[in-house]
Design a protein around this ligand. Structure first.
Ligand SMILES: NC(=[NH2+])NCCC[C@H](N)C(=O)O
Length: 305
């Protein structure tokens, strides 16, 4: 049996699913792109190579194993991009949620069926038809649950809108004891600098009481202000539009003290170190071209409390 328990983003990590670059399907046709940054790299002829993705992900696997984390990988499905394990399922408390996700990615969920078979069925919740949520939009943070979503007007318009109101309501019903904060995100199918694909593309808690945040990713400024009021201004590490584009908010915490980050995020990494974090730097700039980074590639199953 596999134990699952996640109450926040940073408690010491015990086990995680890390996506895979194996047989990722190569360069998609332009009409197959489902985010604007991949689209940009398909058009520019700079879409990453399988070998580079595999090497980058191995560096993450090594960093995790160095700290004794149990690392599971999805079963490899041929010609399927399975890099971003975060979105295909997620754990809140002691429940594993199997969500409905964008059709273009729905088959990715099959890769973790072998893990679901090892989780107590009473701990698995399947989202009902019509309710959508991707793990990148869902963040348990102690007594709070932060969710990024789109109202129907945006949800029906953008491929990059992945969590809808019905998804939010489902989670609200399942977790009545959480303080619920659902934020609409800014979306664009064409311009990666105007698009917060998931909540973790513009916000993520780190340490015990801090966060990385990009104001422009929130559709409504009052939501950004609410988050800042929760953490306190001095505990918010603000990033710029360019830093959001490079996915600076999408680092990944092994513990409240240790963060895996991209080696080229110089300003962020220096600032994290100045704040006393140990930063494990990995090369991840090829994977970043597909509009996801380290949080997106990892699906934590258990943290220690
Ligand atoms: N949690 C995340 N931010 N995941 C990023 C997923 C990126 C992937 N290209 C998509 O469009 O779905």
């Amino acid at each position: 049996m596999i134990n699952i328990l996640i109450k926040d983003e940073t408690a010491p990590l015990k086990s995680v699913v890390l996506g895979t670059g194996e047989s990722f399907g190569g360069v998609p046709a332009i009409e197959e792109a489902y985010d604007p940054k991949s689209r940009e790299h398909i058009l520019d002829g700079t879409f990453p190579k399988e070998e580079d993705i595999i090497n980058e992900m191995e560096a993450v696997a090594s960093a995790l194993k160095k700290y004794g984390v149990e690392v599971y990988r999805p079963e490899v499905l041929s010609d399927t991009n399975q890099v971003f394990a975060r979105d295909i399922g997620f754990v809140i408390g002691d429940k594993f949620i199997v969500p409905n996700i964008i059709d273009d990615r729905a088959s990715e969920r099959d890769g973790i069926n072998y893990l679901l078979d090892q989780i107590n069925p009473e701990q698995i919740l399947r989202m009902p038809e019509g309710a959508y949520a991707e793990g990148g939009d869902v963040m348990p943070w102690k007594e709070k649950l932060y969710i990024g979503y789109s109202e129907d007007e945006d949800y029906n318009k953008y491929k990059v809108s992945r969590t809808n109101r019905a998804g939010v309501e489902f989670l609200r019903d399942q977790f009545p004891n959480c303080e619920f904060y659902a934020f609409e995100l800014k979306k664009s199918d064409d311009d990666p600098k105007e698009n917060a694909l998931h909540l973790d593309c513009c916000f993520q808690p780190i340490g015990n009481d801090q966060c990385i945040i990009y104001k422009g990713g929130f559709k409504n400024e009052r939501d950004y202000e609410l988050v800042v009021s929760h953490f306190g201004q001095e505990n918010c590490l603000e990033i710029s539009k360019d830093e959001m584009y490079h996915m600076n908010s999408n680092v990944f915490s092994i513990s409240p003290e240790i963060i895996i980050s991209e080696q080229g995020f110089t300003r962020l990494n220096d600032e994290l170190e100045r704040r006393g974090f140990k930063v494990e730097k990995v090369p991840y700039s090829e994977t970043a071209k597909m509009e996801g980074l380290l949080r997106c590639s990892t699906l934590p199953l258990e943290r220690a409390y």
